[in-house]
Design a protein. Structure first.
Length: 192
């Protein structure tokens, strides 16, 4: 029997998410979302009221990169779900934090589907600085202008803009603002 690859599971996952969010006009499903300026790339992200990342580990994969990916994802995503196959289920359970969700790819009557094993919870430790790094420079400037915090900052490097956002805006409001800004972005692989 042929092993499933990441790309096979990605198609299943995206179909499931499209079904789930099809009536949500203000939701974006993004393929291959880079975080921390490219240090990691989550397989699929849902940008809704929260940022929800989905990491795929097919039986063709290894779990070698998972600890580093985990450390990066934990800084940015409000929720994380790993989508895996039985081969990795027990090992994944022992590696990932308890707040992560687990979805299992199974085959029933010749058809693959995804079922939830663990729902997961909200991440209480999102790092505002890391989160701000999701913004492009012009987006960071836009948010600063929106709050009247841009004076003397328009020509500054990205890092300075991020620091200004983080130091000037409370974390819940900043999370909301970044979320809304990301939903407006046009130049990435949006699935929905």
């Amino acid at each position: 029997m042929k092993k499933l690859r990441d790309s096979d599971i990605r198609l299943l996952l995206i179909d499931k998410l499209k079904d789930e969010y099809s009536n949500e006009k203000n939701t974006r499903i993004v393929n291959e979302m880079g975080i921390l300026h490219g240090q990691s790339r989550v397989d699929v992200a849902v940008i809704d009221g929260i940022l929800h990342g989905f990491e795929i580990k097919s039986e063709s994969d290894t779990l070698e990169r998972l600890p580093l990916q985990m450390a990066n994802y934990n800084k940015v995503f409000d929720r994380m779900t790993i989508v895996t196959q039985r081969k990795f289920l027990e090992e994944v359970k022992s590696i990932i934090p308890k707040w992560w969700g687990i979805w299992l790819v199974t085959k029933y009557k010749g058809k693959y589907n995804i079922r939830q094993i663990r729902k997961g919870r909200l991440n209480k430790k999102v790092d505002p600085k890391s989160l701000s790094h999701l913004l492009w420079k012009d987006e960071a400037i836009h948010l600063l202008k929106e709050k009247g915090l841009h004076k003397g900052y328009l020509g500054k490097p990205r890092k300075v803009l991020y620091r200004r956002l983080v130091e000037s805006i409370e974390k819940p409001e900043l999370q909301f603002m970044i979320n809304e800004q990301l939903k407006l972005r046009k130049d990435w692989k949006v699935v929905l």
